[in-house]
Design a protein around this ligand. Structure first.
Ligand code: DGL
Length: 272
């Protein structure tokens, strides 16, 4: 395969297993593409970390995948998108896409009342990136945001179907219930694994927006725009790297993606 071939993989990065919600959608919409995924599980969560550190870690993941000759990078993590997308975009010579713009656009399209909620990590909510995106496009939108720092550890420990998950989610979302929202952005790629629990807690009348899944439509458009589609009709490989335990990663990813013989490798990122 040449260094510029369209058969090169698309790279996905996240602090852990959250970006798999984006990969799941990519496998559905872009079955012809090879996928490389890197989850920095050992240093998850990124949410409570200072922005400078998240930027440094995101660069380490990016460099690792660039060495694997990816043709496009998807920052499948809202926390990293919020603080590192612009800098990485400017400094690498492949297309780079984050999850916040596509999620905001989908929320504006879905909302009828203009009352939109955002849930995300501490870092994402503190950055105010979603509010900024929403108001840039539709200044009259009412925006209410809430950090949910307890959600990511529940997902990373494979407890997203548990009764603890139900209790924590319903208690955390209480302040949003009186906001009369018609649309709620899942502003963290881990949250779609909790989707049924979140829907139940916030009420069936609220439309949930999965930012990650929305991003894949943009990835598809970018592949067209840059003429990067892989048209080879051969079986495509998917390789998953984790800085944490491959077993835990495999358990969650295997179930979520419905793949039994998942190729998961442990890597260290410090030296990137
Ligand atoms: N999945 C990530 C996001 O979309 C981050 C979770 C975390 O590491 O705190 O923000």
């Amino acid at each position: 395969m040449s260094v510029l071939s369209n058969e090169r993989p698309i790279g996905f990065i996240d602090s852990g297993v959250g970006g798999l919600t984006v990969v799941k959608e990519a496998m559905r919409q872009l079955p012809n593409e090879e996928i490389l995924y890197l989850g920095d599980t050992a240093r998850c969560p990124y949410g409570p970390r200072p922005a400078e550190q998240v930027i440094e870690f995101t660069w380490q993941m990016t460099r690792f995948l660039l060495k694997k000759n990816i043709k496009m990078l998807v920052i499948a993590c809202n926390t990293a998108t919020a603080v590192a997308l612009e800098e990485i975009k400017k400094n690498v010579d492949i297309p780079v896409i984050g999850v916040i713009q596509p999620g905001s656009r989908a929320a504006l399209k879905a909302s009828k009342t203009g009352r939109v909620g955002i849930i995300g990590t501490l870092g994402t909510i503190k950055s105010d990136s979603y509010r900024h995106e929403l108001h840039e496009k539709a200044p009259d939108t009412y925006v209410s945001s809430l950090a949910c720092p307890k959600f990511v550890p529940i997902v990373e420990s494979n407890q997203y179907n548990s009764s603890v998950a139900k209790k924590v989610v319903s208690q955390t979302l209480l302040p949003l219930k009186k906001e009369k929202l018609d649309t709620l952005i899942l502003g963290c790629t881990h949250y779609p694994l909790l989707r049924p629990v979140i829907q139940n807690a916030i009420g069936q009348q609220v439309t949930l927006i999965d930012s990650g899944a929305e991003t894949v439509s943009d990835v598809s458009a970018l592949l067209d725009y840059f003429n990067l589609n892989n048209y080879e009709q051969t079986a495509k490989t998917k390789t998953f790297y984790t800085t944490g335990s491959p077993k835990m990663f495999k358990d969650i990813a295997g179930e979520w993606l419905n793949i039994t013989d998942l190729n998961v490798e442990h890597i260290d990122l410090g030296g990137e």
